[in-house]
Design a protein around this ligand. Structure first.
Ligand code: HEM
Length: 183
């Protein structure tokens, strides 16, 4: 006989903001407290293998459940010249494991068959993550490295830049976006 589990005893959805009722953020999240929540904004992208630059919008969410890691989720969609949505673009999700001294270990997976492990540092409103390892499914594009930088400015703008080494190209600019808190 199936014995159903009791309802999940911990708050769901996970806490999005530092002042949410519960749970309290873990002390190791201190360097990334300013990122908690949902962000939305526009960006531009390019890569030497692509025929043209592109403009996109993106929504990014950082949440926590009281333990020393962030849940990370990002969804992008391409925009046409009139700001209208063209089609869904990259999405990814993962975990940022905060270590003492602001060190960060991140695990990020994408539906394009790419799983990244990145390491870096969070301090003073900036998070800088660079590839430690990449695993690819058999049909994924050949991504060898990335670098992701998030910078939170005093005016509340979160700037994101993403460098990419892939398809035999060296590490170089792929994306830059500016995000603001979304409701
Ligand atoms: C906001 C997030 C992103 C957007 C809007 C974006 C957009 C694009 C676009 C429009 C293309 C051209 C192909 C297509 O039309 O689908 C592309 C290609 C590509 N992107 Fe991104 N991308 C994003 C994030 C990423 C990330 C996180 C990675 C890898 C970690 C990545 C790796 C690649 C690769 C490998 C290609 C193929 C290049 C080629 O084969 O010539 N992208 N991206």
């Amino acid at each position: 006989m199936f014995d159903p589990a009791p309802e999940h005893p911990y708050p769901y959805p996970e806490s999005h903001s530092p002042d949410a009722a519960a749970p309290a953020p873990h002390a190791l999240l201190a360097p990334v407290l300013g990122l908690l929540g949902r962000w939305r904004g526009r960006g531009r992208g390019e890569y030497p293998t692509l025929p043209a630059d592109f403009t996109y919008a993106q929504e990014v969410t950082f949440s926590h459940d009281g333990r020393p890691f962030l849940r990370y989720e990002a969804r992008a969609w391409l925009l046409d010249a009139d700001d209208a949505p063209l089609r869904p673009a990259a999405r990814e999700s993962g975990w940022w494991r905060l270590q003492p001294d602001g060190r960060v270990e991140a695990l990020v997976t994408q539906p394009t068959g790419i799983a990244e492990i990145a390491v870096g540092h969070a301090a003073d409103g900036t998070v800088d993550l660079a590839t430690h390892d990449v695993a690819l499914t058999p049909t994924a594009k050949d991504v060898t490295a990335t670098r992701r930088r998030y910078t939170l400015a005093d005016d509340g703008t979160l700037t994101f830049t993403h460098d990419l080494a892939a398809v035999e190209q060296p590490l170089q600019h792929h994306l830059a976006a500016q995000l603001r808190r979304a409701q």
